[in-house]
Every structure is written in structure tokens, then in C-alpha cells.
Design a protein around this ligand. Structure first.
Ligand code: EPU
Length: 338
């Protein structure tokens, strides 16, 4: 375990923002993590995992701790279910493929989401009708102040739409070290109701899909719409889809009869932020190396050398324009590090 100095973080965040960590250390065991957290010489610490949900806007003066804990193991198994213990540093999509290779069901709709397993609970990752919480049993986290391991079950995690206790009350206090997921071994519950999946399976000529087929469909959809962070820097959806009052929605619908929407409750409606942003003319727009993806307006991209500030400026101008045109506030899903 070596503390390095002045390390570029370009390869450690999927936006590919080139800022420097004044101090940087990689940890590969819980013991190392405990020791690093005890280092008095570096009172400020910054926890970095897959770097898939952050926008870095300046150099980091704190000690950057890169969580590289690896391992997938079976915790418990019955005839029908399996509980996996997945260490935080395991790449999420690698885990999805591993589970499909073993014919374990539950993660197929969450294929190809960038990032690591340890950060999945923080924003309760979700796609195509499934969220992490649907397969989640619990996670283990190290409390930074005491260096003790604490367990968070589903209830304690307070999962919401792209939200959890780790974005609220527990923010900055814990490091998730492993995640325990409950998957099925047989009688898999397929979630193929999402329109895009249904269409894709039809195009693939599949009538009775397996979990592997669903994963292939999701991968095809994502590849067709979302940029690959290995090719163009991005953090997936930059904003959350806003939830507005039914009253505001009815008003908007009068001016924009084609506005897409999902009912949330009797009084609330979710509107796709991608649609709002596209209506404001931002889709495919580029300012220097910062841009709005041409196929999905919810995704901001770095074409090469954009700074975090340039991406943030573009995001702010999108927020302002959407507010002005629709009177709807859109908030970032991505964690902005200022
Ligand atoms: N739309 C537009 N223009 C756009 C993008 C979308 O009009 O540029 C419209 C679409 O036509 C559609 C609606 O918006 O009617 C929804 O679009 P889509 O199905 O692509 O999903 P989304 O709401 O934009 C959410 C998640 C994605 C997830 C997909 C599929 C959020 C913030 N994003 O996007 O998650 O993959 O649903 O389930 O909830 C992520 O979080 O990083 C992410 C990619």
C-alpha cells in the first residue's frame, strides 16, 4: 500500500475529466482500508470507486482512497435462491455476466450499467423496470469515524428513485465494502414489460426469452442509445427525471400534447428529463468538448478534453432553460465534486 502524489484521475472517472489527486492510495483489503482511514497525516479523505457517477470540477487536495476490493462468493444457497456476497470493487457489468453464466436471475435488466458494485446501492441503480433494491439483501459498510463494519439491510438503506440513505443522512460517513444480492436459480421472474425490451426481443425473434436473452436485449438497447464511456466520456443520465404535480402536468399537456409521462401517485407525475431537454434544443449540442449526446439528451458527454467546469456550465444552462420553458426544475443524478 503506497501513497502516491499528483496522480491524474482521468482514467478513474468515466467522464474522463483530467484533474489531479494530490495524494492517492489504492486499497485491496479491509485491513488496508482500516489502516488508511487511521492515517492522521491525511485528515481529509475522498473515497473513489468506479468513478461512474461523479463529475470532478477541480483537483482534489484530500487523500483519494481508491476502493479496489475484489471477490464474488456464494453466502447462502437453497434449491431456488442464492445469496451472493460481492466485494465493492467488482465491476457491475462483470458481475451481471458472471451471474448469467451461472444462470442466476435478477440482474439481467441491469446489464451494461457502468461502475462498480459498491456504489450501486448509493443511487439505487435502475434500468428497464428493475432497481437494485429488487435483488438487494444487505450491504456491509465501514464507518469512517470508528472503522467498524456495519450492516445495512433494505429498510435501513431507505431506497428511493436513484436515492438512498448514503446520499442523505449517511452521506460521507460510510464506505460500502460489500453488497449481498439475492438471485434466483430457477423460475426466474422476467421483467420484459418495458416497451423497448419487448420490441428488441421481437426483433431478435425470441418468443420465450431466457434471462440471457433479456440481458442481450438490454445490451442492444443501451448500445444503440447510450455512449460507451470507453469511447466518449460520460456518466450515464446526468439528471434525474423530475416528478411534478398533476396540476403542473395538466397545464403542460395543454401546450405539449405529446409530452411523455409516468404516473407516480394520484397527485404526482414523472416526466422524462431527456424529452424536456430535447424540446429546449440541446440534443446533440456541443460547446467545445462538452456536449449533449446526440441520441439521448439526458446524457452529457466529454468529447475529449472538456473540463469538469465546462460540463457543469452546460448542465447549468440546460437547467435554466428547462426551468424557463417548462417551469420544471431538473436536478443532477451525478454527484458533482466542487
Ligand atoms: N426522450 C426524448 N429525448 C431524449 C431522450 C428521451 O424525447 O433525448 C424520451 C423518450 O422518447 C421516452 C422517454 O423520454 O419517451 C424516456 O426515455 P428512455 O426510455 O431512454 O429513458 P430515460 O427516462 O431517459 C431512464 C434512466 C436510465 C435508464 C432508462 C431505461 C433516469 C435518470 N434514467 O432514462 O438510466 O437506462 O430509463 O430504464 O432515470 C442512468 O441512470 O444513468 C441511466 C442511463
Amino acid at each position: 500500500m503506497k501513497i502516491q502524489e499528483n496522480i491524474s484521475l482521468k482514467d478513474y472517472n468515466t467522464f474522463g475529466i483530467d484533474v489531479k489527486a494530490k495524494f492517492f492510495v489504492e486499497v485491496t483489503s479491509l485491513l488496508q482500508l482500516q489502516k488508511v482511514l487511521e492515517l492522521k497525516a491525511y485528515p481529509e479523505k475522498f473515497i473513489l470507486s468506479g468513478g461512474s457517477n461523479i463529475l470532478l470540477t477541480q483537483d482534489i487536495k484530500a487523500l483519494v482512497i481508491f476502493i479496489n476490493l475484489k471477490g464474488i462468493s456464494i453466502e447462502k444457497e437453497t434449491d431456488s435462491d442464492v445469496v451472493l456476497k460481492v466485494m465493492a470493487g467488482e465491476n457491475w457489468h462483470h458481475l451481471v455476466l458472471w451471474s448469467l453464466d451461472h444462470n442466476y436471475g435478477g440482474l439481467e435488466n441491469l446489464s451494461l450499467i457502468p461502475g462498480n458494485t459498491g456504489t450501486a446501492p448509493i443511487q439505487n441503480i435502475g434500468a428497464y423496470g428493475v432497481e437494485l433494491k429488487d435483488v438487494f439483501k444487505c450491504c456491509t459498510a465501514m464507518e469512517i469515524a470508528s472503522r467498524e463494519l456495519v450492516e445495512f439491510d433494505t429498510e435501513r438503506c431507505q431506497f428511493g428513485y436513484r436515492d438512498s440513505i448514503f446520499k442523505n443522512k449517511a452521506k460521507g460517513k460510510y464506505i460500502i465494502t460489500s453488497v449481498h444480492l439475492r438471485l434466483t436459480k430457477k423460475n426466474h421472474q422476467l421483467n420484459t414489460n418495458y416497451g423497448a425490451i419487448e420490441n428488441e426481443l421481437k426483433e431478435m425473434g425470441i418468443v420465450y426469452p431466457t434471462i440471457q436473452d433479456v440481458s442481450k436485449a438490454v445490451i442492444a438497447i443501451r448500445r444503440s442509445k447510450l455512449p460507451d464511456p470507453n469511447e466518449i466520456g460520460n456518466s450515464g443520465s446526468f439528471f434525474k427525471n423530475p416528478i411534478v404535480s398533476k396540476k403542473l402536468f395538466e397545464k403542460l399537456k395543454k401546450s405539449y400534447p405529446n409530452i411523455p409521462s409516468y404516473p407516480i401517485s394520484s397527485s404526482e407525475i414523472k416526466i422524462p428529463a431527456g424529452w424536456l431537454i430535447e424540446q429546449c434544443g440541446f440534443k446533440g449540442k456541443r460547446v467545445g468538448d462538452a456536449g449533449v449526446h446526440e441520441k439521448q439528451a439526458l446524457v452529457l458527454v466529454n468529447y475529449g478534453n472538456a473540463s469538469g467546469k465546462e460540463i457543469l456550465d452546460l448542465a447549468t444552462s440546460i437547467q435554466d432553460t428547462v426551468k424557463k420553458k417548462f417551469n420544471v426544475v431538473i436536478t443532477p443524478e451525478v454527484n458533482i465534486i466542487r
